[in-house]
Design a protein around this ligand. Sequence first.
Ligand code: GDP
Ligand code: IMO
Ligand code: MG
Length: 429
Amino acid sequence: MSNVTVIGTQWGDEGKGKIVDWLASRADIVVRFQGGHNAGHTLVVGDQTYKLSLLPSGLVRGKTGVIGNGVVVDPEAFLAEVERVTAQGLTVSPETLWVADNAALILPVHVATDRAREAARGDRKIGTTGRGIGPAYEDKVARRAIRLCDLAEEETLDWKLDELLLHHNTLLAGLGAPTFTKQALKDHIARLAPRILPYGCTAWARLDEARRSGARILFEGAQAVMLDVDHGTYPFVTSSNTVAAVAASGSGVGPAHVGFVLGIAKAYCTRVGEGPFPSELFDVNGTTLGQRGHEFGTNTGRPRRCGWFDAVLVRQAVKVGGVNGIALTKLDVLDGFDEIKICTGYTLDGAAVSVFPSSPAAQKRVKPVFETIQGWKETTFGARSWADLPAQAIKYIRRIEELIEAPVTLLSTSPERDDTILMRDPFED
Ligand code: GDP
Ligand code: IMO
Ligand code: MG
């Protein structure tokens, strides 16, 4: 009996939240291990829609949720989200939601630095979510982060705030942005600390105990491999590693407990924010994908750029992410196209290449090579069994499997929780 780790294989928004929610019925604990509230995971259950950014999707099923040490936690966003889902009828308490007390915090200085830097970049902006994610991870690596456990210790907090402000105020002043006073940050923290501290705990120890007593753990990735700080389209990436290996280090379990790695891929491709996107469409097909797929950012409402399925990138994500099987989502969005294309390779300055190059200049110059597949007229929307799928849709899935060198083990055919087809149970692998 294995654990399962879910990761995105494209540029995010593949439907990880829906799949995690669906799989959570088979799990006891759902763990977020990287990223922060830059994520936006949408779950549709009957007439309720849940939009989660920081909280693990398993809470919707009443499962224990864990925010691991690898996550950067904005206390204000955390408490607001707890309040929001509570108003939607979920029960969230320190018994059902554990936050690693060694997780680094996002404070208003991080948000200010993120935004000021993006503004200063002008045309070369990354298109971040503006939520302070990058600066918070930088502070963690630079050993000046304030962590959840520090909120309980006034003395520690005092000198840590000095160090944090020295860094950020210098930067903000240089960028011509307003700086922060120590008192303002102290007030911010004083307002939130008593409410978030009860959730703090030694999460790794609780996970260890739960695992040893037989609990099944589902690790919920945020973002995706093409946004991974090492393996993605650097510098147009997020500031964490998003590959499955991080489920272990980002929650404090050993690498043997990551279990089956389920990569999530859309049946086409989207990206929000700046950066290279070889199979991007600027024609009516792109508009159709965007409209049918409701491709607007969950958090920011920004329209997502749309393109055909890029098999080169997903194959790369399968390999560097350690993916054992793929959940292919939003197949229904392709219903009714006369022809569907798959990017099977690139040319770079006229020469064929079969991997995405590392250099940003080369990433910008690659041209996609497309293979055309006949579409299908029947609807797959809401299909719940393989037998309900048109032959051409099955052909499309089989071709994708061949190109990405991984099996499609799960299919999703609508936003609704139960419109899902299971071919192979990842917990049984
Ligand atoms: P995540 O960030 O990977 O969790 O994905 P998001 O929730 O940001 O974006 C995926 C969107 O597609 C959400 O609005 C989902 O409700 C929706 N969705 C998920 N799976 C399907 C599917 O199979 N078909 C359709 N039409 N929509 C889906
Ligand atoms: P989920 O979990 C899509 C993108 C941002 C930007 C880049 C860096 O919903 O799939 P950041 O604020 O992280 O420094 O921004 O990463 N980005 C996402 N795009 N889905 C996400 O999460 C994303 N999280 C960050 O748009 O291009
Ligand atoms: Mg999302």
